[in-house]
Design a protein around this ligand. Sequence first.
Ligand code: BGC
Length: 769
Amino acid sequence: MKECFKKIISEDEWLIEENGFKRNLQGHRESLFALGNGYVGSRGVLEEIPYDSYAGTYIAGVFDDTGAIVTELVNAPNPFFLRITCGGEKLDPVAMDVIEHHRALDMRKGVIFRRTVYSNHKKERFAYQSMRFLSMHNKHLGVIQARFTSLDASTEITVHADMDSSVTNAGMLTEGRKRHFQAVELSGAKNMRYMCFQTFEKNILLSYAGRGFIERRGKKKPAGWNIMKFKVKKGESICFTKFFTIYTSYDVDPKKLRSVTMKDLNRSAKLGVDKLMAKHAKAWREKWRLANISIPEAPDIEKALRFNIYHMLICGNREKGRATIGARTLSAEGYRGHVFWDFELFNLPFYIYTDPETAKHMLLYRYKRLDQAREIALKRGYKGAMFPWESADTGEEATPAWSKGLDGSVIKIYTMEMEYHITADIAYGVNHYYTATGDKDFMIRYGLEIMLETARFWASIVRYNRKKRRYEIKRVIGPDEFHEETNNNAYTNILAKWNLLRAIELYRLFCRENPKETKRVAKKINLKNGELKDWRNIAARLITHIYKKNNIIEAFDGYFDLKDILITQLDPNLMPIFPKGVTSRNVGKTQLVKQADVVMLLYLFSDIFGDTIKKKSYFYYAKRTMHKSSLSPSVHAIVGNDAGDPKAYHYFLISLYADLKNIHGNSPEGIHAASLGGTWQAAVNGFGGVNIKQGILSINPKLPIGWDKMSFSLKWKGFTLSISVFQDKVELSFESKKKKDSLRIRVFNILREINANKRLTFERTGRRP
Ligand code: BGC
């Protein structure tokens, strides 16, 4: 296959390959081979849509109601559809015999290359090869080019390459399959195809335009849209190219939708495949310039890491808050495309440090839904802003009341009622962005308001316990969802405390730096004089469980009194198995936790906990964490690496290969967004030892044995740092036009002044951490 595309396909280290067609692996591979550009995502389904395959095309932010339960990401018409028949038989790996089948996802360029050789019932062979991409240069544009060759006999073929609107959403549970749109306009003009669909409930218009060309015997002709017939001689090839553009009524005024979609298509198609590909590849090069991580001694790990990064690059949205990243990206319908805390804590850091502009766009997603968060708080009897546990397009609570539990049975969901921590997680993300970028404009326009309104929420949800003379937060689910309705979850309380204090700090800072604008914000939200004082008082008396029982943070009130059962068995992927007698129904009575909870806290606040608490707490919970969420292993990799747990590398591998090896068994339902970001953090923050301590960037690497060097780029305060970490050495530099620019960075625990345009090397002097 590579031979056919030798001029454009990248080197092996950039390719995720599929060799041979396996029907039962289609779902998994469709997720792995997903394409995207942040605006639209498309599953890597084979163009002919074989039996049992699942075509999925998702436009960021386009949700529709299901009628039965909650709103879901719409599976939109599939523009890559291309069906060929030869002599009446469908060219398809299920319908025909497959002699040869290779596909490669070229991560460097975001292109799928493919070659398949089929044989029909007469043993005549037909070669099919294709390449397709969703442009990173023009997010509305996609291209597919396919070449058919009859290898053994003359034949008659039909080609059908319309947009496939027969797709439906798979339906997660009770809602069942559903098509969310109907065609409201269908037309063709001069070899062009125009289709406009409208979603049923929200009336969003999805505007598609397409243009096709057929090349044979050295001649290029416009293609038709209905089924086209051709006689093909033995050995003859026929090449089909389709360009398409997609817009929605979110992007353009409905009245102009048709003309904008068509104009863009015409302009693009005129440039031709090569030029469009060149622009697309250039945009990708720009993305990788900052996002790539190199680990010369571990090429397999480097490639798998690249896969995780690739999937983040294809879903970073830059539409001023229209959308952010759902739990399963734009690669399938898992969790109905809803957004969780996964984004702010797992994915956001990757964007903050490699593409802060995109990070900003996606943080605006929360800002633009602050009114809904205020409404949720009000409805629940609280003040300020309370963000929904699951969010879709409007920012209203989108958590379903029912879902499937770990054992497959239908269970009631309480997360929307009790998993409050998301509100502080969002504040954490906002503050993280600000700390790393120094973007004051963002803070004054949006961030500060989020910080203050979330703090206000915490101040209204706490209850004072007179007897114990402390503030408490009751009826909570922490990140560990095995335990519902707990009181004083340490994770939630500590984040709440931090949220209160940080809001005060930032408010005071901006009062000094920009009093006029800060006053405007305070006026807008009607911030009262005494509020900040109250917040400080609450923060000081909010129970946090930090010093309980031998320096181990207690996950919540009474956690240590629960039945203590340790994990003893692992499955073939080395993931914990429920100990005998423990099921998903009774696990809440034990100390087993679903995912990193206290350990997550240790990570987020690594500079406030002392080493003893960190180590003791980590090892305690590591023996009791079931990792029944893809959010968990990466966090254990980071904190474990710091604590000297030899298993840390193993946790990293679980996170690294979560989707490549379908470790959680549900990758067909979409790529696990949080695992992608967690993996990146495990590499950069864990092994690379990158951390923020008291607002200062700190680098203290602890590379796994066998890795001599890891190189990456980091955006910090507007500069791009180019960093190489070694076992006992750090090299770094940043460029600036102003020679006098410098940054204060802590390397190996020593604060250093780094001047622009100079490559500096620092050797470790003390012991390895
Ligand atoms: C996890 C949550 C996560 C959600 C979406 C759940 O299984 O427990 O922490 O936000 O999945 O990824």
